[in-house]
Design a protein around this ligand. Structure first.
Ligand SMILES: NC(=O)c1ccc[n+]([C@@H]2O[C@H](COP(=O)([O-])OP(=O)(O)OC[C@H]3O[C@@H](n4cnc5c(N)ncnc54)[C@H](OP(=O)(O)O)[C@@H]3O)[C@@H](O)[C@H]2O)c1
Length: 265
């Protein structure tokens, strides 16, 4: 399979109402000429974004859905493919809990699991079969996190959900590549978005990557059908360098920085 070619084709993008998803939508429309199915809960935000994107001469559709609800996930798939041929799918919606693990209620944990893991698994299953059947050599981009590559204290549940995504999506890369569908996983470090806007992240803000830069980097990886990619030179090299020290030491250093940020509030 060669590179992906988005111009005039439809891409489904979850978590499009804010942050990284919103920036990817803008770049896909403006620079790649892609039509977009925009998915998130906040419909007014999606409609505003759709108007903005249509000024670039592309078509859009809005699907308002809560991806932590199983029926909504199936509806996102059904409404996305109704009357149009989908070529690309970006599974970007996700939530975290930054704080002590025992501050996260079991209900809130189940919601995180439903969104970050279960909906992504359900949508990867539905869309990978669909893209294979379409036979257009389409692809999927899965947004995990550096927290999926190593344990992260104070984001323990999130780190677990993102590790699942890395392992699941990278496994599917090999299964689906043989069937004419590419699966690319990206593992961003910190990004300046709503997710990191709270005062808990204040002391970590200097490490955050601008969302538009991260979005452009993620989309290049998607276009090239990369296997597993970390956006941003600093994060990419940092990840390689941390492999040179024992994991327990590195994870402990990050935990100390996070603890300081939490206690500094
Ligand atoms: N920010 C970071 O530092 C960072 C680092 C590495 C990886 N990531 C990953 O990047 C992705 C995007 O995060 P972000 O930083 O852009 O976060 P964000 O600004 O909080 O945006 C999250 C997006 O997900 C949507 N979403 C949340 N819950 C949803 C639900 N139940 N159903 C449907 N959509 C839902 C939100 O839309 P609605 O609220 O309108 O539903 C929003 O569009 C996530 O997977 C995150 O884990 C982020």
């Amino acid at each position: 399979m060669g590179s992906m070619s988005f111009r005039g084709r439809w891409v489904v993008l979850t978590g499009a109402s804010a942050g990284l998803g919103r920036e990817m939508a803008k770049i896909l429309a403006r620079d790649y000429g892609a039509n977009l199915v925009l998915v998130a809960r906040r419909e007014n935000r999606l409609r505003e974004l759709a108007d903005e994107l249509e000024a670039f001469g592309v078509s859009t559709a809005v699907v308002s859905a809560d991806l932590a609800i199983e029926d909504d996930v199936q509806r996102v798939f059904d409404e996305s493919i109704a009357g149009r041929s989908i070529y690309g799918v970006i599974l970007n919606a996700g939530i975290t809990h930054f704080g002590h693990h025992d501050e996260l209620s079991f209900e809130a944990f189940k919601k995180m699991l439903a969104l970050n893991v279960t909906s992504s698994t359900q949508l990867m299953g539905l869309f990978s079969t669909y893209l294979e059947r379409e036979g257009e050599h389409g692809g999927m981009l899965i947004v995990s996190s550096l927290a999926g590559l190593t344990p992260v204290a104070y984001q323990a549940a999130y780190s677990g959900t993102k590790a699942f995504l890395v392992n699941y999506a990278c496994s599917l890369h090999h299964e689906m590549g043989k069937r004419g569908v590419s699966i690319t996983t990206v593992t961003p470090g910190g990004i300046a978005t709503e997710m990191t806007a709270g005062d808990r992240f204040d002391a970590l803000r200097k490490w955050l990557m601008p969302a538009d830069r991260c979005a452009a980097d993620c989309l290049q990886a998607f276009e090239k059908r990369l296997y597993l990619h970390t956006p941003g030179t600093m994060y990419r090299w940092g990840t390689k360098l941390t492999k040179l020290v024992p994991e327990r030491f590195f994870v402990g250093r990050v935990a100390a920085e996070y603890r300081k940020s939490l206690e500094g509030r």
